[in-house]
Design a protein around this ligand. Structure first.
Ligand code: NDP
Ligand code: GUE
Length: 297
């Protein structure tokens, strides 16, 4: 039986969150507070990375944050990049720093990420913030998982006691998402990854199915239970000569087939992507307020 699911409109919810942040920034500044300031480092000229970073900068403008974009050539050395991070770490005006991933082969993403001051780590990628996920007083939460959770909450989707199946186990998305869903939200969680056998046996059990693999169209209609809530994190550019841009975007979920069974589903684009950016702004606001308090004390 085919029916229309509720579309989890990440673009719309992200716009609401941005409006809320704008209001707060206005009040903050009117009361003599400091304007939050985000810095972004982009290495190289990968088209998708440029788009994501420019979306982040646009979002900063929209909410009234200050921003600094540093774009370095592909050939920058690791030590030079580290020195730039140290410089931003020490810059008292800057509240948040993101280093867009992936980085070129000759640079260690793990070491670069770890060099960011944890109180400016608005991606939530450092070991300290990662560890604090399972703390009663979390630090800066990883942006994509935090954005997904906020999206589910704003659509009043019940998580407690539900079976959540996470497909993907990356450090930035899948692994922290699994932890948050079980530790904070009391879902019963199954994490699937490249070594999972009979993936469909697991996905078919999901009340909430979250997919972050970067494998376009991996999840087909017959892998999903009737009435499931489906969140598609994947975003891959597929070449085409059918449009001006020369590519279209495809998620990890075969949308039409899965939408015919799901109760709720995120689109690509317009789903998780904008929520990641909204979380980044929320983290930057939080970091900025915390730094302001520290300065006073
Ligand atoms: N919308 C947004 O805001 C964001 C979107 N993304 C997108 O989400 C996707 C995933 O990103 P990310 O987590 O960084 O990617 P990674 O490549 O780091 O991780 C992918 C994960 O999926 C697993 N995997 C790969 N293929 C399969 C398969 N066939 N079956 C089961 N598991 C599989 C991998 O296993 P193994 O570890 O063994 O390789 C790994 O755990 C990408 O398309 C990315 O562009 C990412 C971040 C934010
Ligand atoms: N340090 C770091 N932090 C990240 O948060 C980070 C990263 N590195 N590397 C790559 C992934 C990917 N990611 C996205 C952000 C926005 C959209 C986004 O805005 N998507 C739009 C469409 C974008 C388009 O048109 O291509 C949408 O889904 O509607 C997508 C993906 C953040 N990531």
């Amino acid at each position: 039986m085919s029916h229309s699911p509720t579309i989890l409109d990440g673009k719309k919810i992200a716009d609401q969150i941005k409006d809320e942040i704008s209001e707060e920034v206005k009040k903050l500044v009117a009361s003599g507070g400091k304007t939050p300031h985000l810095a972004a480092i982009l290495v190289g000229d990968d088209g998708a990375s440029q788009t994501y970073v420019s979306n982040k900068i646009k979002a900063c403008k929209r909410v009234g944050f200050e921003y600094t974009l540093l774009n370095f050539p592909e050939t920058i050395s690791e030590s030079k990049l580290m020195a730039e991070i140290e410089r931003i770490n020490a810059d008292d005006d800057i509240d948040g720093l993101i280093v867009q991933l992936p980085l070129p082969q000759h640079i260690s993403s793990a070491e670069v990420t770890e060099r960011i001051r944890p109180d400016k780590d608005v991606d939530g990628f450092t070991n300290l913030n990662y560890g604090k996920i399972t703390s009663k007083n979390p630090g800066l939460m990883p942006a994509t998982p935090y954005g997904i959770l906020e999206l589910l909450k704003r659509y009043d989707i019940e998580i407690k006691g539900k079976h959540c199946v996470m497909v993907g186990n990356s450090r930035t998305v899948g692994a922290p998402m699994s932890i948050i869903m079980s530790y904070h939200e009391y879902a019963t969680v199954t994490t699937c990854h490249i070594h999972t056998q009979h993936l469909e046996k697991h996905t078919q059990q999901a009340d909430i199915l979250i997919v972050a693999t970067g494998k376009p169209g991996l999840i087909k209609g017959d892998m999903v239970k009737e009435g499931a809530v489906v969140v598609d994190v994947g975003i891959t550019r597929i070449d085409t000569d059918q449009n001006e841009r020369g590519y279209y975007l495809k998620g990890d979920v075969e949308f039409d087939e899965v939408a015919a069974k799901a109760s709720h589903i995120t689109p690509v684009p317009g789903g998780v992507g904008p929520m990641t950016i909204a979380s980044l702004l929320l983290n930057t606001l939080k970091a900025s307020k915390k730094r302001a308090l520290k300065r006073k004390s």
